[in-house]
Design a protein around this ligand. Structure first.
Ligand code: PMP
Length: 367
């Protein structure tokens, strides 16, 4: 080792060295249907208008009070109840990390009456819940869903009683299974939770139900959403609503300028044109119906119903079908190794009518 070099193997945490980096697939030149993005771009006239708006932004200054205009606009858009407040993250990914940081208290498990520093979520689910726990040095408790991807009520309640988690994540709808949950089971989980419950509504624009009109019943339930699936995945803007006093505490761990001037100006602009994005979401929901119907007509493919802009399917050989589709220029997500319950499953993002037709053709040829 030369002078000045350091042995990073000794400097970097052992658990970080053992981790895999979050894998982003190379999608150059592909029909990209792997990450639940909105396939529609901003209409050309709005692009020019937004360009002017962004050009006029004071890039020389730190983000200022205008970020609060976005907080208020989002609260109105989401119909946040009285007594609640809203905080913003650089994507909901950041909010998930900040929550783990804020809840890192040394609790004790069963018997103490105090929540332990653990995070609990059903599996298969969104990977960031587990990752945020691990990076913060917290325990992660993954509770398997039933084989038909419903919440396992008995297993959830038993795990909550045993581990007394500080945070429970309920993705509503779930990723990658795309379904909503039985409301009665959600109520029992919320009632049994000794800590916080986060309803993660990332896929709300495509869902038939939301928890927004029920959060005010509780003092320990937070509702998280993102502008990503709405149509601004590139902007990175997530938001979380909860009782005022609770949000005030969590917000203290947020880096002060986490939302750039460009992020908030884009998000404000998008909300001023919410009807454009609502029409895009409506198109995606309509295309989802067409896609699911076509998939259900394939006898070798098992298709689950979806409340999101993705459809989970099981094929006879996921690796073969995934590679076959990729070689035909269509990129989806092979989730078959993510969890034992997902054997031979692929996750298909709902695209435009044309993209979905290409995806279906590639899928059929690759079975
Ligand atoms: N929650 C769920 C359930 C997700 O699937 C995702 C992303 N795929 C996120 C949160 C994070 O979204 P973002 O960071 O883009 O806001």
């Amino acid at each position: 080792m030369s002078t000045g070099e350091r042995d990073f193997k000794k400097l970097i945490r052992q658990d970080v060295q053992s981790m895999h980096a979050y894998a982003i697939q190379d999608s150059m030149g592909m029909v990209k249907l792997d990450a639940m993005e909105n396939p529609h771009r901003l209409p050309a006239a709005l692009q020019a208008h937004l360009g002017q708006r962004l050009g006029a932004v004071a890039l020389n200054r730190y983000p200022d009070g205008r970020v609060n205009e976005l907080r208020h606009a989002l609260a109105d858009y989401a119909q946040m109840p009285e007594g609640f407040d809203i905080m913003l993250g650089n994507g909901s990914d950041e909010l998930i990390s900040l929550l783990a940081m804020a809840c890192d208290v040394s609790g004790e498990a069963a018997g103490s009456g105090r929540p332990a520093a653990a995070i609990l979520a059903p599996l298969p689910g969104f990977v960031m819940y587990g990752m945020s726990a691990q990076l913060q040095g917290l325990k992660f408790i993954g509770v398997p869903l039933t084989p038909d991807f419903e919440l396992d009520e008995a297993a959830m309640l038993a795990a909550i009683a045993e581990h007394r988690p500080s945070i429970i994540y309920i993705a509503y709808p779930n990723n990658p299974t795309a379904n909503l949950w039985d409301d009665a089971v959600i109520d029992k989980v919320i009632a049994a939770a000794p800590g916080l419950v986060v309803m993660d509504e990332a896929y709300q624009p495509f869902a038939s139900k939301s928890y927004i009109d029920r959060i005010a019943r509780h003092g320990h339930v937070l509702l998280m959403r993102t502008m990503s699936k709405f149509g601004l995945a590139g902007v990175r803007l997530g938001y979380m609503m909860g009782p005022k006093a609770l949000i005030a505490e969590v917000d203290k761990v947020r880096p002060p300028y986490n939302i750039s001037v460009l992020n908030y100006e884009c998000a404000l602009f998008a909300l001023e044109h919410a009807e454009v994005f609502a029409a895009q979401a409506e198109d995606i929901r309509a295309q989802r119906t067409v896609l699911v119907n076509a998939l259900q007509a394939l006898p070798e493919v098992k298709t689950w119903k979806s409340d999101a802009n993705m459809v989970l399917v099981r094929v006879p050989d996921a690796a073969k079908t995934f590679e076959g589709m990729r070689s035909r220029g269509v990129l989806v997500k092979n989730v078959s190794k993510m969890h034992a319950l997902l054997g031979d499953c692929l996750r298909l993002t709902v695209g435009t009518a044309d993209e979905n037709a290409l995806m279906l053709a590639a899928l059929k040829e690759s079975l």
